[in-house]
Design a protein around this ligand. Structure first.
Ligand SMILES: O=C(O)C(=O)C[C@]1(C(=O)O)C=C[C@@H](O)C=C1
Length: 393
């Protein structure tokens, strides 16, 4: 049997990949048409039943073609997530006429290549208009850029699955009139980045942002004589290493970001937890309306009356109105020792009855309550179907 030449096989793969892309684009265009129907008939974007049926059929079909259920499910989770996010964005834009800008000026931490930069690119890739990135040195600078109308939006990391909440960002939210208008989660994959063809045993100095060191503490503990230097952002760490061009220095950052500085990864998956994700919020001067067909999240900040059980009482209001709380964070109140501000994320829309009711009730039993924003939820939980149910069809 003659074996086809590698070039020939690769050219066939290349052609197939182009066909796949054309099909994906066609599918996306169809789902955008679906969104138009949903807008005119007030139908929710997400239809879990339809997704289940679709996955069951695809798993079965895939297995007939020798593709395992896990693979098919993973591929279609990504495709459906893209479809849902695009439709949500379309609906949100319709609900906020005139909000789409020809140029989105976005302030974020660090420079090209930082995780905030990558999150910014991801969030605005679905939105119309060009993107102008404004790299900043601190969270307060980022917030001020939007407050002073030097930027239209800010992208701020708020929590990480390994290192927890980012307190400085919560503290910024306490003092600003800006509103949260969006969120996104982005995988944070830390790699050891170098500028030369070197190896781990030669590294003597390591640059990274303090948050990154916290997230990679297990890896750092294994390193022997390495001097760890903190730096204001991941992009500064990468820039430093690319400028030094030395065998004995490295930065911790994403491989994608490192590529922008000509760095290569000699170790990857450095975070303590395999699933390391950061959640970012997007803030602007103007709050947005979230259409009721789109799953919404709302962030509240409140301080309770100083008496035993007042926080429990406030949380009971949420429970009684069947509002699901996704996060509770407390931060000290400057100037008021031992008093706390509570930041609460809930599933729900401020334009919808149950949350409106809960907010009214909370106002009566708290000292201070403010809605920091109501925004489309971008946490698209994948629909699960058991492979067995697909095969029994
Ligand atoms: O069929 C729909 O209603 C769609 O919006 C399309 C689609 C898909 O991409 O297949 C996306 C979201 C829904 O949850 C179900 C299916």
């Amino acid at each position: 049997m003659t074996v086809p030449a590698l070039d020939e096989l690769r050219s066939r793969i290349t052609n197939l990949d182009s066909e796949l892309l054309a099909l994906l684009a066609e599918r996306r265009a169809l789902t955008n048409e679906v969104a138009e129907t949903k807008i005119s008939h007030q139908i929710p974007v997400r239809d879990i039943k339809r997704e289940e049926q679709l996955l069951i059929r695809l798993i079965k079909h895939g297995q007939e073609k020798g593709l395992d259920a896990h693979y098919v499910t993973q591929v279609f989770h990504v495709i459906i997530e893209d479809s849902v996010l695009n439709q949500q964005t379309m609906l949100a834009e319709r609900a906020n006429p005139g909000s789409a800008l020809p140029l989105n000026r976005v302030a974020f931490l660090g420079d090209r290549g930082s995780y905030s930069y990558l999150a910014t690119q991801k969030y605005f890739s679905r939105r119309p208009g060009e993107l102008l990135e404004i790299g900043c040195q601190s969270f307060s600078e980022i917030v001020q850029k939007v407050e002073h109308a030097e930027a239209d939006y800010a992208v701020l990391p708020i929590e990480n699955t390994t290192s927890g909440s980012i307190n400085e960002v919560y503290d910024q939210l306490q003092h600003t009139e800006l509103s949260i208008i969006g969120e996104l989660t982005h995988p944070i994959r830390h790699a050891l980045l170098v500028a030369t063809s070197t190896s781990l045993d030669k590294i003597k100095t390591l640059y990274a942002h303090p948050q990154v060191f916290t997230q990679c503490s297990h890896f750092l503990a294994e390193l022997g004589n390495v001097e760890v230097k903190t730096i204001d952002s991941t992009s500064s760490a990468m820039l430093k290493v690319s400028e030094l061009q030395r065998d004995d220095v490295a930065a911790i950052g994403s491989e994608a970001g490192g590529n922008l500085y000509g760095l290569s990864a000699i170790r990857s998956n450095l975070a303590n937890q395999k699933e390391n994700h950061s959640r970012f919020i997007v803030v602007a001067r103007q709050a947005v309306k979230v259409p009721l067909q789109v799953p919404a999240k709302t962030t509240l900040v409140m301080s309770t009356i100083q008496k035993p059980g007042s926080l429990v009482e406030a949380l009971m209001v949420l429970k009684n109105n069947e509002i699901n709380m996704t996060k509770l964070e407390s931060r000290p109140m400057p100037g008021n020792p031992w008093e706390e501000m509570f930041y609460i994320d809930v599933e729900g829309n401020t334009a919808d009855g149950p949350l409106q009711q809960a907010i009214e009730e909370l106002k009566k039993i708290t000292r201070y309550l403010k809605v920091l924003g109501c925004y489309p939820s971008e946490e698209i939980s994948p629909t699960k179907v058991a492979a067995a149910s697909a095969l029994s069809e």
